[in-house]
Each structure stands twice: as C-alpha cells, then as structure tokens.
Design a binder for this molecule. Structure first.
Ligand SMILES: Nc1nc2c(ncn2[C@@H]2O[C@H](COP(=O)(O)OP(=O)(O)OP(=O)(O)O)[C@@H](O)[C@H]2O)c(=O)[nH]1
Ligand SMILES: [Mg+2]
Length: 357
C-alpha cells in the first residue's frame, strides 16, 4: 500500500485542529459631552465577552476529512465598549461539527476531554475572553472623572487531536478478500464496495441491520494482513474502530485454499494481529465465521472446519455462511440480535451497579 494512500487516509479518522476563542472587547474611556452639560461624568461602556468554541456531534457526518482543508477555528472577538455607556457586543460562538464516535483529546496534555457519542452532544472546548471595563465603572466619590479602563482578556487557544472511532455493535474483520464487505452489504443497508482484489475497502463503513424490528449496527473495516501491527498493508490503525464493538466477527474465506494448513495460517494471522494490537480487543467476544461455503462441497467444508477448530483450539462459537447463497445468514443474524440484547442488558446492570455504589 502506497505511502500516499496511507497519508490521505489519516485524514479520514484523525485530525489535529487549533481552536481560538474570541478575545474580550476593551472597556472605553469617555465623558459625557452635551450642549448644556459641558463637564458630564464618565460614560465609557464595557466591552463584550469573546465568543466560545464548541464541538458538536452530528449524525450526518462520517469522516474527519473536512479538517484536512480547515484546521483553525476562531470564535468572534467581543466588540469594544463605546461612549454613552454603550456595551460592546458579545462575540459569536463557533460550533465545530464532528461525526458520532469522535474522541476529543487535548493535544498538549493528551487528556481525553470527551467521547462524542450522541447527536447534538455539545462540548465547550474554548472559553471566550472576559470583557474589559469602561471608565464608568471606576467612578467614585473621590474620583469623579476616572481615566481608567481595563482591556478584555484573550480567548483560550488550544490544540485538539480528534480521533474517530466508529460506534458499532458488531465489528467485522478478516484478511483482505474474505468477503467482509459483501457480508455487510447482504445484511444491512450499507453499500460498501465489493471486489475481487485485496484492499477494496479503504474507509470503514457502518451499516444498520434491521431484523424483526430490532436494529443493530455493523462496521466493515479494511482487511488485515500479516505484519499489520508493524504497518504492513493498511496497518492496524483501523482496529481502533472495533474497540467499542460488543462483538467481533472474524470472517474466513473457507474456499481460499484446498490445503487446510493454509486455512489455519489464514486464521492465525488475523488472531495474532488482534493480539498484537491490544489485550482489550483480543479479549472481546469473537465468533469465527467461515464464508463462501457455496464454493465447496459440504463434506469438504465440514472436514476443514473441524480441523481448523481443533488445531487452533477454538472454544467460542463458529458459523458457516455464504453471502452469495445466503445460507447460514439468517441463523447468524438472529444469534447476533440475541447476543447484543443480552450484552446491552448486562451493560445496563453494570451501569446501575456503578450508580448505586
Ligand atoms: N462465492 C462467493 N464469493 C464471495 C462471497 N462473499 C464474498 N465473495 C467474493 O469475494 C470477493 C471479495 O469480497 P469483499 O466483500 O470485497 O471482500 P473484503 O473482505 O471486504 O475485502 P477487502 O475490503 O479488500 O478487505 C468478491 O469478489 C466477492 O464477490 C461468498 O459468500 N461466496
Ligand atoms: Mg471490503
């Protein structure tokens, strides 16, 4: 995979931006001067506060690619105060839209500020400066004509690192060409590109599956290959999109080779890449899904699958499917619905326990 492609793809799910909140407007020094009031008192007004900068989650966005073109976001400065006790106008706030699943990190401290997980969720990331005070404020019994004012303070400036991590219930992973995208197409409304060459999928895609009025989301990511952890192929950076999934489906092309040793190697490559990525992903519930069963005789498939399961000592569930003939898909999907429902209930229980304690 060329350096160029990897470079361009960085902008799809990572971005560094600078936010600059508005400065506060300065206070004004002024004295009332009217026809019959030659020596009026002070009438310099306060400045306006600077605008704040917010990040707002928008369900209509899918990537961070817009930040490739625009990297600096300014909120408006507050206007200076005026004579006649005129208060300067407050600077307008700025709202930066990001897709759901974006993690906001302070680039200097590396602290996670928030995960943007629901539509219209708002996070203030930059405070506008305070307004300065006009000379009216400094009037006192001893100083009736103050030549004093304060300046507005500077708006906050911050560098933020944005990292997009898809939020899907089910994540699909496997070697290139295993049939991940075709599977996601066949069960959801998403239309990721399907083709007979590796690395067809370059951008992670989310699909919504609707079964018996129950919905769940599924994420299709680019293929993994041996050495991905060291940056081979598209690397493992896309695995971050699976970190929030409840369950992983590891798709295996059962017709890839007639030699079962090769098939075992295929499975092990992916397993070891997940392991290399991190323990948390490795320990997530994972089911093996043997795909393309329409291409082989049933007996041959069963024989090979049994050998693979035994060789890798697979203890979890496995399925045999074909996205072409649709065999096995209904059973897999209804098991997914059951699994997700119970995982959600477990989550709720854990949340309740936390809020009780
Ligand atoms: N016969 C058969 N072919 C399949 C099946 N599923 C996928 N294919 C074919 O396998 C090839 C690869 O499918 P994709 O869905 O693009 O594979 P992928 O895993 O998304 O590949 P990458 O995006 O490159 O990682 C395509 O030519 C599909 O038509 C299946 O169940 N049976
Ligand atoms: Mg694909």
């Amino acid at each position: 995979m060329s350096f160029m492609v990897k470079w361009i793809m960085r902008f799809i799910d990572e971005a560094t931006i600078v936010i600059i909140a508005g400065n506060g407007g300065n206070g004004c020094i002024s004295f009332r001067r009217e026809k019959y009031i030659p020596k009026g008192g002070p009438d310099g007004g306060d400045g306006g506060d600077g605008g704040d900068v917010y990040i707002i989650a928008d369900e209509n966005l899918n990537t961070l690619v817009d930040f490739y073109f625009k990297k600096t976001f300014n909120a408006q400065n507050g206007k200076n105060g005026g004579s006649n006790n005129c208060r300067g106008k407050r600077g307008a706030d700025t709202f930066i839209k990001v897709p759901l699943g974006t993690r906001i990190i302070d680039d200097d401290t590396k602290k996670i500020l928030q995960d943007m997980t629901h539509h219209n969720q708002k996070l203030k990331v930059g405070n506008g400066g305070w307004h300065g005070l006009g000379n009216t404020r400094f009037k006192s019994s001893i100083n009736r004509s103050p030549y004093q004012k304060t300046l507005g303070t500077k708006g906050e400036r911050r560098t933020l690192y944005l990292k997009l991590m898809l939020i899907a219930d089910v994540g699909v992973l496997g070697l290139p060409n295993a049939g991940k995208s075709m599977f996601v197409r066949s069960i959801s409304g998403a239309k990721p590109k399907v083709a007979s060459y590796p690395f067809t999928t370059l951008i992670p895609t989310l699909g919504v599956v609707n079964i018996d009025n129950k919905k769940f989301t599924v994420a299709d990511i680019p293929g993994l290959i041996k050495g991905a952890a060291q940056g081979v192929g598209l690397g493992i950076r896309f695995l971050k999109h699976l970190e929030r999934c409840r369950l992983l489906l590891h798709l295996v092309d059962i017709a890839h080779s007639s030699n079962v040793i090769h098939l075992i190697r295929d499975v092990n490559i992916v397993v070891s890449e997940i392991k290399n990525y991190n323990e948390q992903l490795f320990n997530k519930p994972r089911w093996l899904v043997f795909n393309k069963i329409d291409l082989l005789h049933e007996k041959r498939i069963q024989l090979n699958v049994n050998k693979i399961i035994k060789d890798i000592d697979w203890q979890s569930r496995y399925y045999l499917i074909s996205s072409v003939s649709q065999k096995g898909i209904t059973k897999l999907c209804s098991d997914l619905v059951i699994f997700i429902k119970s995982s959600m209930e477990k989550n709720d229980l854990e949340l309740n326990k936390k809020s009780d304690s």
